[in-house]
Design a protein around this ligand. Sequence first.
Ligand code: DLL
Length: 432
Amino acid sequence: MIWNKAKECMSRDELTSLQSARLVKLVDYVYHNVEFYRKKMQAIGILPSDIKSIEDITKLPFTTKDDLRDNYPFGLFAVPQSEIVRVHASSGTTGKATVVGYTKRDIDIWSECVARCLTMAGVGRNDVLQIAYGYGLFTGGLGAHYGAERIGATVVPMSTGNSKKLTTMMLDFGATAIACTPSYLLHITELLEQEGLIDQVKLKYAICGAEPWTEKMHKDIEERLHVNAHDIYGLSEIMGPGVACDCAFHKGLHVCEDHFYPEILDSNTFKAKKEGETGELVFTTLTKEGLPLIRYRTKDLTSIDYSTCDCGRTSARISRFKGRVDDMLIIRGVNVFPSQVEAALVDVKEVSPHYMMIVDRVNNLDSLEIQVELNPKFYTDEIRVLEALNKKITHVLSQALGLNPKVKLVEPQTLVRSEGKAVHVIDKRKLY
Ligand code: DLL
């Protein structure tokens, strides 16, 4: 079992000293290797020597997703490209991907963090783990994969997209653990129930994340599949899955605090929230080489608990996520911003900038319909022309979003105009 007690059970004082030493090193590192941070620090008159301990973190500037986008693709990397052994990418706010890069050591630390999370969930070398997060630019598949190999589990790299094959292999291989999004696991559960196969399932653990889920979904998965379901959190910018995960006591997600320093802040005043109060989660990567980030605003809302957990781990625990500060949607695990739709439609002269995204969840699978208003200048009711246009817009939007929406063209002036802030999303998914 990989439970590195020396790291996961160090006293808060020991942890604070470690975090301080790592922050001091990090600030010096970014100042000398990332022009963006050097300029930001110079602009507010901060030198690396001003940072002496973790308490000084509040003197440092924030980093946002827009900063990554503005420096697309590799502008924030702290090492030459020859040191980068892997890149991943997720959606940015206006269509440009957020690109992240890892050195060999980063991948090593990432694997260790995921290994810790899987161990927290109970997965070990005797388990057969099906990974049904997407493999590819998304961090879920490969991130979970390396961590699972680190603990010596038998990994089945399913990826996403073939539920029938997944259920067949689950039973044939006697899978004892599965890692995928919670909504997809409920979908798989339903398939197994419909086919009368649920009693043959040998799963003991489910490691679910990449999207928000409720206590009710958690209970549902545990009861219907007879598994221990664990919540794993992460984001590409900071690393990928494995930033935090909950243990057998399910009293919050243990943060790998020796690598990622969490702050919970008020999104408007940037003042620290008290322990237990909800605010925006902000992370500083303490050990990353490829893409070190200082005070990265995740936009995720949660609270923090510094007390020692019943499992013995001393790392801080963040609560199940309570939403986001921004308008990012997570649809089938893909991060989608309404502004991406807007940016993609600007170049299509046959339509107007009026659109509505309708997100739904049927049989635990997310669907996205995008209604787009035709431009009065190009309005036609000729079916053939409309079909061709629909095809073109579907292609443009699929390329921009990284998933296939259903496009519905509507007549000019059909979509409701809002008097205040424009409403572009109707999210019918009931996170029950
Ligand atoms: O979703 C990384 C990941 C993969 C995490 C697999 C867990 C499992 P991104 O695509 O960059 O990375 O999306 C990050 O997803 O800021 C949250 O809003 C949301 N998110 C991730 N995990 C959870 C979770 C991956 N357990 C964004 N609960 C984050 C709620 C989550 N939201």
